[in-house]
Design a protein around this ligand. Sequence first.
Ligand SMILES: Nc1ncnc2c1ncn2[C@@H]1O[C@H](COP(=O)(O)OP(=O)(O)OP(=O)(O)O)[C@@H](O)[C@H]1O
Ligand SMILES: [Mg+2]
Length: 240
Amino acid sequence: MPGETDRDERDHGGGGVKTLAILSRKGGTGKTTVSLHLAVAAWRAGLGVLLADCDRQGSAGEWRRERRTTGPVVISAKSAALFATQQAADRAGRDLMIIDTSPTASEELADAVRCADFCLIVLRPSFLDVRAVAETAELVARFGKSGAFVINQAPPRRSNKEMACVGDTVRQLSAMGIPVMPIGLRSRIAYQQSIGEGQTVLESSPSSAAAKEIGGLWNAVQARLWPAPVLELSDEAAEA
Ligand SMILES: Nc1ncnc2c1ncn2[C@@H]1O[C@H](COP(=O)(O)OP(=O)(O)OP(=O)(O)O)[C@@H](O)[C@H]1O
Ligand SMILES: [Mg+2]
C-alpha cells in the first residue's frame, strides 16, 4: 500500500514527472505485463503513478476494471496527445508516467520515445524477438534517449544452468548499442494469474520469486529514472 513501504531515499519530489516508455514492435512480448507490474511497484513505493495506455486493445484498462482495490491511475491515451498528457501529469504533481505502447505503428512508438526519460524494450529470448527489436533500439538511439532491453519470459534454469537462448539473446543484443537490464523476468504462471485478477505478483504472491524479480527490475529502472546525484568534491577533498 502507498505509504506503507518506505519511500526511496532519493528525492522524487519537485523534479517533475518522469516518463518511462515500454516498447517493442513485436506483439505479445510482455509490454503490458511489465508496465502494470512496474506501475504497481512504483505506486506501492508511494509514488504518484499514471499509466498511459496507448494500445487500442486497452489491455491495461481491462486490468484496471478487474482490480477491486486502489492502485495506479490508468488512462487510455492517444500517442499524438502524449505530450499534453505528460504536461497534465506534471501539473497534477505525479511522479511517474508509464507509457504502455502497441506493437504496431512506428509513428506511435516515436511519439512515446519522444516523451520518454527512459525506454524499456521488452523481448523474449528468441531469434525472432531479437530481430524484431533492432528497429525499436534504432528509434531510441535516433532520439538520443536512454534505454535498455529487458528479457521477459525467460525459461527456467536447467540443472542450475541458464538455457542457451538466454546467453545467445544477450550476445546478440550487445551488438545493438543499448544495455540489457541486469534483471529479467522468467516465464511464470503467477504473472498471468495475478493480471487476470486485477493484481500483480507483488500483491498475489509477495514472497515469490516473481515478486523478487519485479522488485529487482523496479530498483534498476528507478536508478535509471532518478540517477543518484554526482558528488561534488571540494578542492581539499579532491587533493586528499
Ligand atoms: N513473464 C511471463 N511469464 C508468463 N507469462 C507471461 C509473462 N509475461 C507475459 N506473459 C503472458 O504473455 C502474454 C502476452 O503478454 P502481454 O499482453 O503483457 O504482452 P504485450 O507485449 O503487451 O502484448 P501486445 O503486443 O499484444 O500488447 C499474456 O498472456 C501474458 O499473460
Ligand atoms: Mg500490450
